[in-house]
Design a protein. Structure first.
Length: 205
């Protein structure tokens, strides 16, 4: 199993050799230096820790700089552990897009776009009420509980509230094209998160 951190650059389309068009998301994946290896004997679980997005030293704390210095890695904004993805990697190595193959299935996790406070129609796809004959229930959720019993709103009722800005994982995505020279990875379909958002790419196995 292989993993890498990437930045979402946007969407475009590419034409394949047979003339078909593919809608793809462009990711700037890596290079990600390995900053730590977790083993079952020492840590109780197996994982690999990767760093991504080089930054200036003034933007990191002394603790973060010290941790990265132990791995001979420069200052990076993001550090993430991937469970069960250690494989044959060692501290000091660098993971690039060359670790993946065209046509390989991957799953990508990221934080979705925040939509703010939304009502039930947009947030949960509720149906609206009638607009005629003096109705005051056009976009209201309608009845959400009985009166006599339980005389309260039960937990778990779908209602208005914060929409988006949560972790989302898209599975079964396919790698259409790789460009190791520019650290680019083209993925068929959409990827969660806004433009310039950091996502996690893992082999879907």
């Amino acid at each position: 199993m292989t993993a890498i951190l990437a930045k979402k650059l946007g969407m475009t389309q590419v034409f394949l050799e047979d003339g078909t068009v593919e809608r793809v998301t462009v990711l700037e994946a890596g290079p990600c230096p390995v900053t730590g290896i977790r083993t079952h004997d020492r840590d109780g679980y197996e994982a690999v820790q990767l760093a991504f997005d080089a930054a200036k030293e003034k933007h990191l704390t002394k603790a973060e700089l010290g941790h990265l210095k132990k791995a001979d890695a420069g200052p990076h904004r993001k550090v993430k552990e991937f469970r069960d993805h250690a494989g044959e990697l060692t501290v000091g190595e660098t993971v690039t897009v060359e670790a993946f193959e065209i046509g390989q299935k991957v799953k990508i996790s990221g934080t979705s776009k925040g939509k703010g406070f939304q009502g039930t129609i947009k947030r949960h796809n509720f149906s609206r009420g009638p607009k005629s004959h003096g109705s005051h229930n056009v976009r209201a959720p309608g009845s959400i509980g009985a009166s006599a019993w339980p005389a309260r709103v039960m937990k778990g009722i779908r209602g208005p509230g914060q929409m988006g800005n949560q972790r989302v994982t898209n599975k079964g995505l396919t790698i259409v094209r790789l460009d190791p020279a520019q650290n680019l990875m083209l993925i068929r379909g959409s990827v969660p998160g806004p433009r310039n958002g950091v996502v996690e790419v893992r082999t879907d196995a």
